[in-house]
Each structure stands twice: as structure tokens, then as C-alpha cells.
Design a protein around this ligand. Sequence first.
Ligand code: GDP
Length: 456
Amino acid sequence: MTVSPFDTVAAVSTPYGKGGVAVIRLSGDQALTVAERIFFPLGGKKLTEHPSRTAVYGLVRDPEDDRVLDDALCTTFRGPHSFTGEDTAEIACHGGVLVTRNILEACLRAGARQALAGEFTRRAYLNGKLDLERAEALGNLLDAGNDEQVKLARAGMNGLLTSSAEAVYSDLMAVLANMEAGMDFPEEDLTEMPLWEIREAIDRAEAALKGLVETYRTGHAIAEGIPTVICGRPNVGKSAFYNRLVGREAAIVTDIAGTTRDVLTDTVSLGRVTLRLSDTAGLRESDDPVEMIGVKRAKQAMDEAELVLILSESSGPDSEADELAETLSGQGKTVLRVYTKGDLAMMAPIPDGAVCVSSVTGEGFDALREAVERAFIDGNLRMGEEAVVFSARQAAALRETAANLHAAAENLDAGLPYDICADDIRAAMSELGSLCGREMGEDVLTEIFSRFCVGK
Ligand code: GDP
């Protein structure tokens, strides 16, 4: 099948399965024509004689043998006033698996092509209905597993990050225009902005970008989740702790040392943050080949971790854990000391900043949640009112833009010619443009939109 972005496409936009209602969406130049071939309003008027955005009741018929497939409601949207920006028809039918499939197949026989994963959203983006921030936020909204993720995704759909980036973009545009005027007509002294003003504008832009990048720690912790490792001596209570966090019996709890041989992973909501949790084998050398694999994977998980929960028993000192905490903090990881078995008699004093938990009674887990939130969530950030960076792509584009501006400032300070600095600024603007989706490569678009499933 050759696929063209100009095809009229169709897909079931509701989840697969039995439900009260299912929606089949058609989008493209021929969407209304295709809909008219299969949908027949009661009352005699043709579908397109009814006003847009009004649900019309009628029968869905197979275009080949005219048999009635269902009675349904059809709503039409004339482009550009639709989600995709194209002509669109949405047929809300009875939500049976077979009924829905029959109607979709009728749409395909009447001239539509099956939509690819994320194709409706991609078309909305290409038609300027949705910028990349909103598209990514929409993906996050559909994937959201907790209220905080919903809140962040809804904030992203307001496009605050794009607005902030656009503001910096137009400031840089002004700087560039001034520099170029000076370059093209040096003898005329056309540069309206003196050098110090250009320099200040660059600093301001760089500071604004860095401010945005700082919000990524919070956005990342909520939207993407923090890669987290739990470690500690054998039998310290890692599996029991992991199970308490995850809320089910995912790891096998035993009192035989070295029984957790693999790295389990789970995504867990802990208050406002999401943890991508690895429960690692006790980090110790072993002769057992199976356990060695576990240890190797554990080391890899540790390398990738941003948060390390180091578990120690409450009943005595743990110099190994002290050392590990120091090393990992030195590597820039966030380390949280957790003392286990808090329901048993305690002998070791709990250091400042550490939490004491019991995986048996659940005590201490609120304090754990607060400690993790404190470490990752910027309490001053007003979600929904301020831009929050919530994807690695956005953060990378902003960091790259800031780096280009930094180079521009350094080159200006070093007295290099304007055209070299102008190149740095152009590079910065191109990066910033990619953040807003101005000049986006096909591969990046595919990567973003393939996250969506068919029908979205
Ligand atoms: P791991 O080897 O670090 O994964 O440790 P486990 O989670 O398998 O626990 C080792 C032993 O300690 C088991 O017998 C658990 O029942 C016990 N244990 C774990 N957590 C607690 C706790 O919070 N309180 C008490 N009383 N016992 C615990």
C-alpha cells in the first residue's frame, strides 16, 4: 500500500473492545464524500446538507450490498475547523467489536485508507492545528497514569513552553536583524542596537532558556519518571520495600541471602512524582553465574539511575552503605538513605535527611514520599501558569540553544566579526525553532507520533 499524507484516512478512535459507544473517525479531502457513501440520515436530507458540528442520526450501510450495519450518529467538521484541520466525519456507533469493525471496513471500501498510528494527530500538527508541545502533551495526557501527570499534560496543552520559546525567538530575531544590517552596510552604521545592548539581549535570552531548562527536573520527575535504584546488603529488606512501594508481590521475599537475582522494573506513582523503579540484586560479588548476571544488570541500572535509595538495617552501622552514598552523591545522583525494619528494635541513630520505614506496617512511607518530592519537585513552580519542560527532546533543544548563545556571547567578547556571532545566533534560533516544531526532521516527527496508537 502506498501511503500519502493526502489520502482520506479512517480509524476507530475509541479503545478496542466492547463498549457503549465506539467512534470511527474519517479525515481528509474525501472524508465527507466517503461518509455519504455509507451514512444515510433519517429524514431524507443528505449528510452534507446538515450543518457542521451537529450530530445527525441515521443508518450505516455497507457500500457494496447496502445491508444495514448499524444505526448511528454522524458529526461532520469542515476543515479547517476540525481537530486535524481537514474535513472530518465522526461516526458514533454501538460499541460492539464486530459492529465497529464492519463500519471501519465499510469506510475503507468506500474510499478511505486505514490511518496509521498517530496519523490524526500528525495531520493536526502538519496543518498547524497543534504545535509539537501540544502534540507531545496530548500523548502524555493519553498515557497519564496519575493526576499529576494529567495536570502537567493539560498545562502543556496550553502551549506555555512554546509561547516562552517564541518570545525568546523573536528577541533573537531582532538582534540578528540588527547585526545583519550592520554587516551588510557597515559604513552606514545601521546597527540600531549598540554592542552592549546586543550583548545584554543575548544574556537575557540565555538566562531565560536556562530558567526553562531548570523546570525539567520537575517535569521529568512527573511526566517521564525518575530512573530509581534500590540497593543495599542482602537481606536488608529490599524486596519487601520494593513490594510495599509497588503495592503488590512483584519480588520474591525470602530470608536466604542473594535470592533477588534479576532486576525488576516497575513504574510507581509516589505522591507527585513517578519512579521508574529497579530492584537490584544485592551489589556484591558472587561466584554463582546466574547471580553474576543479576549483579551486572544491577550495575547498569545503577549507572542509569538518577535516584538511589540505599537501604540499611536500623539495627546497626552500615559502613558499606555510607561509602556507597558518598560515591554516588559525588557522581551527581540524588541519594536517599532509608533505614528498614523500623518496626523492630532500633540501635543505630538515623542520620539527618534519612527516613526510617517498615515494609511490614507501612510506617515511614509518607516521609519517604515527602523526601523524594522535596528532592525533585520545585515547589515554587506554578503548574499551569508557568512553562514546564516535560520531555528530554525539549530539554535537549533548550540546552543546545543556550550553548549556541553562550558561544555567541563569548565570540562577541573576544571581538570576533559580527558574521561569526550571527552564525551562532542563527544556530540558536534553528534549535529553538525545532523546539516549537518550526523546522522538524521527518525522523523526529515519526518518533514523536509513533507513540500514539491507531485512531489518535
Ligand atoms: P532483600 O534480600 O534485601 O531483598 O531482603 P528481603 O526483602 O527478602 O527481606 C529479608 C528478610 O527481612 C525477610 O525475612 C523479610 O520478611 C524481612 N523484612 C523485610 N522488611 C521488613 C520489615 O520492614 N520489618 C520486618 N520485621 N521484617 C522485614
